[in-house]
Structures are given as structure tokens and as C-alpha cells.
Design a protein around this ligand. Structure first.
Ligand SMILES: Nc1nc2c(c(=O)[nH]1)N[C@H]1C(S)=C(S)[C@@H](COP(=O)(O)OP(=O)(O)OC[C@H]3O[C@@H](n4cnc5c(=O)[nH]c(N)nc54)[C@H](O)[C@@H]3O)O[C@H]1N2
Ligand SMILES: Nc1nc2c(c(=O)[nH]1)N[C@H]1C(S)=C(S)[C@@H](COP(=O)(O)OP(=O)(O)OC[C@H]3O[C@@H](n4cnc5c(=O)[nH]c(N)nc54)[C@H](O)[C@@H]3O)O[C@H]1N2
Ligand code: SF4
Ligand SMILES: [Mo]
Length: 898
């Protein structure tokens, strides 16, 4: 067995992993104890990486179709890229360079970004290159640049351990940045004096470490931050020396925040005045004050203002550029930082430059040896898809992102993709919603197979190393881009030497890093080889350096022209779609602990469905009561843009008037284009980041008496695809995987009335239930029909239709039993509700590593066990620790009041 040190491909914490493999297959992953981001830790997603990525779901070979009504056929790289170059050259010749566009991703490697940027801006001459970071970090980019002069998070992870007071705003780091959360939990234990404030409308698992949780009204963060500054001024907790020496614009802000006295802010934010005062005291009295934030601030039509209002607090208190202090945005994607560095938003250029800045354009053009760079501004994600729909963009290249799941207002996106004359999708998995629209599918190498570099949230650059070759004919993203670019060069400027003659990622890095020289992020002193020698390094790392830079602005000089930071004084803005009488609830969307975005990778591992197995809407019990809804009822969830049908569940961690739907479920898993069918594309005027966290919705009961439940083992990818297609006719449809040892596809559906009998026969055929040996039960008068296939004494497939009362009991039999006496007995008298149904129905896997269910943990708690007993007796929470906050919540819920 061999071991290769690389990084986790999920979140922006950027943990180091040790990949165990035999040169062909990956067998295990472990945390890399030598990597400074995680020091050996991994979360539930990182530690299960080797279980994901089923080859049956991978894109393995280029596929091309020559007409929209045709099927894609396998082709070779030469034909695929030759055709692509042909279409791009023709489109550019006929309609100009801005008729083509690139939509890329914060999950590419730095070398991939660099090649895409050079292709779009230098060779083609368009700024139409944007990325999914528009949905993620673009408000933080604007926030940092406006306040501090450059897009640079000034802190280090160590600051989490060293700070006296942390403000966590709009971040559920217990789920989304778990390894940092582990570091915070450990720091709290070591230093009980450390204080933590959490600002989130929901009471998330992150609140488990909070001394104070402010469950503010959705979208009201700017008012809250102004209210805090008002009190800091009132309490004389601002640092006037710092303000005078290092900032400007304070007078205007001071005047503005006078209008935000505690009583008004408490009303605006729907929190108590006492809680607000307590937060201001904790911040004001802290020796060091650190804030961590994520999508609760960025994904807002006031995202930039929220970022700046928070940074204002740091500037006013002088809490920046020192140990344990500063405004620290948590980046979502593994290399969103690298994307920003290389210019992968339409308004940026490589090396933290701006496309609108003539001098910046000149510098980059000279470096690339081209006459000039395009002046015409590029389109941002939302504008870009609108332009595709309107026919202004005629060739679209999508890489490493799944917009047909993740963009807001999905109907617009699906419409745009189906109308676009030529769509290239460069993907590692062929199963995504976006692949459906690909005229040309280009198979990309993925985690464990590709090489390059990534920058994590703390500006630390790691060398991503391949362990095994990519499957099929998949290739590294940079390699695909450079091959295409060389072909396009021959058409656009024949006879000239190639600008894309790169043989290895290290060569791309070495060319690119020159563009960082002399800029705030300068890492011209780094190389792949140097990282191999010194370990991952934090930028800036100028030529000649021997070590990276843990903190920025330690001398009080900022990255602005005059070195002074700017206060930004902006009034709060209302939600772009507030709740009203037609749509009285606010829909919030966000992450689950064990799934990653559109689930192309995590959705291949049945184990990762153990924690949450299907799309459910969470609502406050009071709002459910008002609609006479109970847990598990199917509801119609509607916004102005469409309707989804899904089950509802009570969640007292929400406040009345709010609801929550995980963002992960796309059209594959939930009929009706998934969660983003409902969200809106209204966006921040500066960052152009859409308001993904707040849409106005209404919930009504869905009456769908005819129900279907299918569970089938074996060939899960193929069965999944077949069942998903057949089941499209049902009003409600949800799909997932279950089972750890023997993965199975699980399909639940419901409709107003029974479908054609032929459809049930097709479903049976897809599940191997159409054999004469299958146990069967028909009650055609009541439109009830059940079929079960056995392998010896074991259930291997089952379908219940009409009524599905026995589903959980049968599922338990499938999972645990190799004796089907009970099953035969039940088949003889099937109407009675089988034993143990209700208990099984709510069981979920809390601890994924040790496979410990909620019912076992609750049973332990009822016997009087504490956290340590549960860990010792059941093993839960002893491995990655991602489940510990939830176990603590269960303990708190069942604790006997003293
Ligand atoms: N498990 C998992 N982890 C991930 C990812 C994943 O898909 N799965 N994705 C990664 C990526 S790309 C990202 S960007 C990060 C996202 O990480 P986070 O931003 O931490 O995650 P979210 O769940 O999207 O949203 C965070 C919180 O914002 C809150 N919120 C909603 N509205 C408001 C508001 O108006 N104000 C405030 N203050 N809070 C609000 C929500 O209730 C939610 O708890 O996660 C990264 N990590
Ligand atoms: N409602 C709602 N919507 C949201 C959000 C939200 O909070 N709420 N969050 C938004 C945010 S912050 C983000 S970051 C986006 C994420 O949205 P997406 O970018 O769509 O998310 P992923 O599913 O991670 O897409 C990455 C794709 O790249 C593929 N892939 C993996 N590795 C490689 C590789 O090496 N090369 C190539 N070419 N492909 C690869 C994967 O299979 C996957 O399909 O979602 C946004 N959408
Ligand atoms: S915290 Fe988890 S998902 Fe994020 S990089 Fe580390 S192991 Fe990967
Ligand atoms: Mo993100």
C-alpha cells in the first residue's frame, strides 16, 4: 500500500489528507498530521472520501451530439476538442468574442483557473468568465476591497484558538467547516474565558459553543452591526488612536449609527435589547476580537453592506492585524481563494486586479504578450444565464459546477441551457443535472487523480498531488483547456507560437505566479517544489522568502492607495422579497452535515444519507399547527417562481415565520428542479451575489393518497437513473441511497391516484421484481399492490404501492434480518400495522463513523449516560467528532432540569 499526501476536495478549511492506495485504487484516507490546517483531523465528509466517486457515476469518455434531439455518443479527444474549437472559432467570427462565455468553479485548482483565464481574456478576448464564487464569496470580495483595499482575509486559523471573543455570523461551521469547529471546541475547553457569540436566525449545531445566540430577523445583520457600533461608542469601547492613525470615513459612520439606538435595533432585528447590550459588552471588553462569517452574510441582496458593516466593528475597535483578532471570512469551496487570486470572476484579472482598471489590463496584457485585454465588462453568473436565455451567448463552457442545480430560479437556468446552441460541460460525474444539457461532455479527472495547487481560507497554499490515474480517458482540467486553446490558436492566429504550451501544472504555476509579484498577495517566491520542501505556505510569500505570512496589516498599513482602511457607512436594506400575506413564510436554505452541494460525489455513498436521507422542509411547530400539519405530511411549498412537493418536519430551532430547506436536493433527488426552483435571482448591486437565503413562500397540505415505496439493492447508479426516469409522472418524488454494507436505491413517491398498471410493471422490471419467484400481493379493488424479491432468506428488492404502512418495518427486515418468517406471516395478514413501525421511522444515523443511530443514543441517555459514557459505551463521537454537537443537543433535550 502506498500513501500520497494531498488535500480534501470539499470545503475551504483545506485539510491535508493522506491517501492510501495501490497505484490503481484508493482504499482509505486519513488526516495528515503534518498539515497545519487540520493537524490530522478530518470531518465526516473528508474521512469518507474513499467511499465516494462510484465509477458508474463518473464521466469516463468525451461524448458529443450534433443536434439537440440526438443522443450523445462517445468520441475521442481529438474529435471532441476539434469540434469545440471549430464551433468557438465560428461563433466568435460571426458574433464577436462576447458571444461565448465560461462558467467555472471555486473547486478548480489554481493552474486550471489560470489556463481558463488566459484562454478567455487573452486568446478569445472576452471578460465573460465568471464562476460559482459569484454565489458564494463575491460579497466578501467586495467587502474586503472596500474596507481594506484588497481581497485578503487577514487572519490565521490559530487566531480561533488565540481569540478572547469570537463572533460567528451567518455561518453554521459545525456542519460547513467542521474541522475548524473542532479546533474551536478544543479551544473553548482549554480556555473557559473565551466567549462566543453566534448570529443566525436558526439555532444551529454551531450554537452549541455559544455563550450568546442572537436569532436575528433574516437579513437584518447590517442594523445589528450598526447597533453594536452604537453601543461600543456609548460604552467608550472604540479605539480612537487606531481610528485616527489608520482609517478614514469614521465621522460619516458615527453619524449614521447614531440612528441605531438599542431599542430601535432590537425591533429591527427582532431580538431583545438585553441580548444586544450583552453582545456589545462581550466585544467591547475583549482583548482580542475575531469574527467568522459565511453565507448568512454573503448570500444577500445586502451582502456587501453586511460584510462592510462587520469589518467596521474591527476597524473601530482596532481589532485587526494582531493575534486572535480580525475579520475572517470562511471560504466555502476548497479553492475559492485561488479563483479570486487568478481573476476567476468576470470583473477581476489575475493577481488581484480589476478588469475595469486600464492600468491593470495593460500590466496583464504585457505579461501575456498580447496587444490588449478586452475593455467590455464581463457578465456575472445571473446576467450570464440571462444572456444565454436571450440568445446573446451562443456557446457556453461550464466546468466543475452544476448550475442546473445550484443557481437560483432554476426554471430560468434550465430554459437557458436548453436554448443555448452549444453547451460544453467539463465534469467529473456524468450524472449531474447540467450534464443533461451538454452537447459536448468532457470527462475531468477528480480528487485523488489531479495535480495542482489550492489556497484555503487562511491564505495557505497546498500542493494537491495525484494518487492514482484518472479513470477512462478523463484528463486534468488544465490539460483539457490548454489542448483546446492550442487548437483555437491555430484558427484565430495561425502560425504564431503557442501561449498554451504547458506540459505540467508546475509550469502553469510558475508562469502565473509572476502576475502576483508586487501585488498584495505576492507569492512569486513559491513553487510546487518549494511547498514540497517547506510544507503548505500562507501568502504573501514574495521571492526570496523562507516562510509565509500568518497575519496581514500588523503595522496598521492597509492595501489602499494611502494605506488607510475605509469605514463604509450604508443604511440597512430590506429583503428583496419580504414575506407578505400571499407568501407569509421566509425560506432559508443551507447545508447538511454529510452532503456536498449537488451531491454528485457524496450522493454516491449510501452511508452519507444516514444522517438525513431525503429532502424535508423544516418549519416551526406553531406554523405547522396553524396549517394542521404533522411530521411527515406532504406539503406544497410555493414561492413566486414555482412549487415543490415534499414532506414537512417540525423544528423548534427555527423561529415562527421561518422555514428551512437544505440546498442539496436537485432535480435528480427531488422532483420539480429541486430546492432552487423556489429561490430568487435578485442580487447585491455591487457583488452581484444572489439572495439565496431568503425567499417568500407559502405552505399548504398536498393531498396525494396513492403512495409508492421502492427499495432495491445492487447496481445502484443504473437503477437510480432508471427509477428516476420512470417515476417522473408522480406528483411527489424523492430518491436517495440507503444501507451501509449493501447499498440500495430508495424511491418514495405519491400521487392523487394510481398510475397505469403498466408503469408498475416497468418499475418492477427495473428492480428485478418481475420474476415469478417474487412474493406478491394484489388488492386491485383498493389499488394496493406489493412485491418483494428474495435471495434465499434475504430481501433484495421491494415495492409497496397504494398504501405503504409497512415500509419502515420491511426496511428493517431488509437491513437486519436473514429470517423471513415474520414476512411470510405479514403477507398472509398484511392489513395490520406491523410491529415496531413508528420507532424505526424516525431513526437516523447520528454518528456516521461508528454507525450509531439516534435511538441507541437516546436509549443511553434515558439510562442516565453522559457524553463520556455514550462515547465509551457506543463509540459515537470518538472518530471525526462531527456528531458531538448533535449528541450534546440530544443530551440537553432529555436532561432533567435541576
Ligand atoms: N457539509 C457541507 N459543508 C460545506 C458545504 C457543503 O455543501 N456541505 N459547502 C461549502 C461551501 S461552498 C460554502 S459557501 C460553505 C457555507 O457555509 P455556511 O454559510 O456556514 O452554511 P449555510 O448552511 O449555507 O449557511 C449558514 C447559515 O446562515 C444562516 N442565515 C440565513 N439567513 C441569515 C441572515 O440573514 N443572517 C445571518 N446572520 N445568518 C443567516 C443560516 O441559517 C445558516 O445556518 O460551506 C462549505 N462547507
Ligand atoms: N439555495 C441555495 N443555493 C445555493 C447555495 C445555498 O446556500 N442555497 N449555495 C451556493 C454556493 S455558496 C455554492 S459554492 C454553489 C455550489 O454549487 P455547484 O458549484 O453547482 O456545486 P457542486 O455540486 O459542488 O458542483 C461542482 C461540480 O464539479 C464536479 N467536479 C468535481 N471535481 C471536479 C473536477 O476536478 N473537475 C471538474 N471539471 N469537475 C469536477 C462535481 O461532480 C460537481 O458536479 O451553490 C450555490 N447554491
Ligand atoms: S473540514 Fe471536512 S470537508 Fe472541510 S476540508 Fe476538512 S475534512 Fe474536508
Ligand atoms: Mo460556496
Amino acid at each position: 500500500m502506498k500513501q500520497t499526501a494531498s488535500t480534501c476536495c470539499y470545503c475551504g478549511v483545506g485539510c491535508g489528507v493522506l491517501i492510501e492506495h495501490d497505484g490503481q485504487h484508493i482504499h482509505n484516507v486519513k488526516g495528515d498530521p503534518a498539515h497545519p490546517a487540520n493537524l490530522g483531523r478530518l470531518c465526516s465528509k473528508g474521512s469518507t472520501l474513499h467511499l465516494t466517486g462510484d465509477l458508474a457515476a463518473r464521466a469516463l469518455h468525451p461524448e458529443l451530439r450534433l443536434g439537440k434531439s440526438m443522443a450523445r455518443n462517445r468520441t475521442d479527444w481529438d474529435s471532441a476538442l476539434g469540434h469545440a474549437a471549430e464551433v468557438f472559432a465560428r461563433t466568435i467570427a460571426e458574433h464577436g468574442p462576447d458571444s461565448v462565455a465560461f462558467y467555472i468553479s471555486g473547486q478548480l485548482l489554481t493552474e486550471d483557473y489560470y489556463s481558463f483565464n488566459k484562454l478567455a481574456r487573452a486568446l478569445i478576448g472576452t471578460n465573460n468568465i465568471d464562476s460559482n464564487s459569484r454565489l458564494c464569496m463575491s460579497s466578501a470580495v467586495v467587502g474586503y476591497k472596500r474596507s481594506l483595499g484588497a481581497d485578503a482575509p487577514p487572519c490565521s486559523y490559530e487566531d480561533i484558538e488565540q481569540s478572547n471573543c469570537l463572533l460567528i455570523a451567518g455561518s453554521n461551521m459545525a456542519y460547513a467547516h467542521p474541522v475548524l469547529f473542532r479546533r474551536l471546541e478544543a479551544a473553548r475547553e482549554a480556555n473557559p474565558a473565551q466567549k462566543v457569540i453566534v448570529i443566525d436566525p436558526r439555532r444551529t449545531d454551531t450554537c452549541d459553543v455559544a455563550d450568546l445566540h442572537l436569532p436575528l430577523r433574516p437579513g437584518s445583520d447590517v442594523a445589528l452591526f450598526h447597533g453594536l457600533l452604537h453601543l461600543l461608542l456609548e460604552n467608550d469601547h472604540v479605539d480612537h488612536d487606531f481610528i485616527n492613525a489608520h482609517t478614514d470615513g469614521f465621522e460619516a459612520l458615527q453619524a449614521l449609527v447614531q440612528d441605531y439606538p438599542p431599542a430601535r435595533v432590537a425591533t429591527l432585528c427582532d431580538i431583545s435589547e438585553a441580548e444586544l447590550r450583552q453582545a456589545a459588552e462581550l466585544i467591547g471588553k475583549a482583548d482580542s476580537f475575531l469574527s467568522l462569517w459565511c453565507m448568512g452574510l454573503n448570500q444577500s441582496s445586502a451582502g456587501s453592506a453586511k460584510n462592510n458593516a462587520l469589518i467596521n466593528l474591527h476597524l473601530a475597535t482596532g481589532q485587526i492585524g494582531k493575534v486572535g483578532a480580525g475579520p475572517f471570512s470562511l471560504t466555502g469551496q476548497p479553492n475559492a481563494m485561488g479563483g479570486r487570486e487568478t481573476g476567476s470572476l468576470s470583473n477581476l484579472l489575475p493577481g488581484h486586479r480589476d478588469a475595469a482598471n486600464a492600468e491593470h489590463r495593460r500590466e496583464v496584457a504585457d505579461y501575456w504578450g498580447v496587444a490588449g485585454l478586452p475593455e467590455q465588462p464581463g457578465l456575472s453568473a445571473i446576467e450570464l444565464f440571462e444572456a444565454v436565455r436571450d440568445g446573446r451567448i451562443k456557446a457556453l463552457w461550464i466546468a466543475c459546477t452544476n448550475p442546473a442545480q445550484s443557481m437560483p430560479d432554476q426554471q430560468l437556468i434550465h430554459q437557458a441551457l436548453s436554448l443555448c446552441p452549444f453547451v460544453i460541460v467539463q465534469e467529473a460525474f456524468s450524472t449531474t443535472e447540467t450534464c443533461h444539457y451538454a452537447d459536448l461532455l468532457l470527462p475531468a479527472a477528480s480528487w485523488g487523480e489531479k495535480e495542482g495547487s489550492v489556497t484555503n481560507s487562511e491564505r495557505r497554499i497546498s500542493h494537491v498531488r495525484p494518487a492514482i490515474p484518472a479513470p477512462g480517458s478523463a484528463r486534468g482540467d488544465w490539460d483539457i483547456v490548454c489542448d483546446f486553446a492550442r487548437r483555437l490558436e491555430q484558427k484565430l492566429r495561425p502560425g504564431q507560437p503557442s501561449q498554451f504550451a504547458f506540459a505540467r501544472p508546475a509550469e502553469l504555476f510558475d508562469e502565473y505566479k509572476g502576475l502576483t509579484a508586487g501585488r498584495d498577495l505576492d507569492y512569486s517566491g513559491l513553487s510546487h517544489a518549494l511547498i514540497d520542501g517547506l510544507g503548505p505556505q500562507q501568502w504573501p510569500f514574495p521571492a526570496g522568502s523562507r516562510q509565509g505570512t500568518p497575519r496581514l496589516y500588523t503595522d496598521g498599513r492597509f492595501a489602499t492607495a494611502d494605506g488607510r482602511a475605509h469605514f463604509v457607512a450604508e443604511a440597512p436594506r430590506p429583503l428583496s422579497e419580504p414575506a407578505d400575506s400571499s407568501y407569509p413564510l421566509v425560506l432559508n436554505t443551507g447545508r447538511l452535515r454529510d452532503q456536498w452541494h449537488g451531491m454528485s460525489r457524496t450522493g454516491t455513498a449510501a452511508q452519507l444519507f444516514g444522517h438525513v436521507e431525503r429532502a424535508q422542509l423544516s418549519m416551526h411547530p406553531q406554523d405547522m399547527q396553524a396549517r394542521a400539519l404533522e411530521d411527515g405530511d406532504l406539503v406544497s411549498l410555493s414561492s413566486r417562481r414555482g412549487t415543490l412537493i415534499l414532506p414537512v418536519q417540525a423544528d423548534a430551532q427555527l423561529r415562527p415565520g421561518q422555514s428551512f430547506l437544505p440546498m442539496h436536493w436537485g432535480n435528480r433527488f427531488l422532483k420539480g428542479l429541486g430546492s432552487n426552483r423556489l429561490t430568487l435571482s435578485n442580487h447585491d448591486p455591487l457583488s452581484k451575489q444572489p439572495e439565496l437565503k431568503q425567499a417568500a413562500v407559502e405552505v399548504t397540505r398536498a393531498v396525494l393518497p396513492w403512495q409508492l415505496f421502492v427499495l432495491v439493492e445492487g447496481d445502484v447508479q443504473q437503477r437510480f437513473a432508471q427509477l428516476r426516469e420512470l417515476a417522473e409522472v408522480f406528483d411527489y418524488l424523492s430518491m436517495g441511497l440507503v444501507g451501509r454494507e449493501r447499498p440500495a436505491v430508495l424511491l418514495r413517491a405519491a400521487a392523487g391516484q394510481a398510475p397505469d398498471a403498466a408503469l408498475l410493471r416497468q418499475l418492477d422490471a427495473a428492480c428485478g421484481l418481475d420474476t415469478p419467484q417474487a412474493l406478491s400481493l394484489e388488492d386491485s379493488a383498493r389499488q394496493i399492490s406489493k412485491r418483494i424479491a428474495l435471495d434465499g432468506q434475504r430481501i433484495i428488492a421491494l415495492r409497496l404501492s397504494g398504501e405503504t404502512l409497512a415500509r419502515d418495518w420491511l426496511r428493517k427486515l431488509w437491513q437486519d434480518a436473514d429470517d423471513i418468517t415474520d414476512l411470510r406471516r405479514w403477507l398472509l395478514a398484511p392489513v395490520a400495522t406491523p410491529p415496531g413501525v413508528s420507532a424505526a421511522a424516525t431513526d437516523k444515523t447520528i454518528c456516521n463513523c461508528m454507525n450509531v443511530s439516534q435511538s441507541r443514543i437516546c436509549a443511553g441517555i434515558e439510562q442516565g449516560m453522559q457524553l463520556e459514557d455514550l462515547k465509551r459505551e457506543l463509540g459515537c463521537g470518538t472518530q471525526c467528532g462531527s456528531c458531538v454537537p448533535e449528541i450534546k443537543q440530544l443530551l440537553a433535550k432529555t436532561a432533567v432540569p435541576a
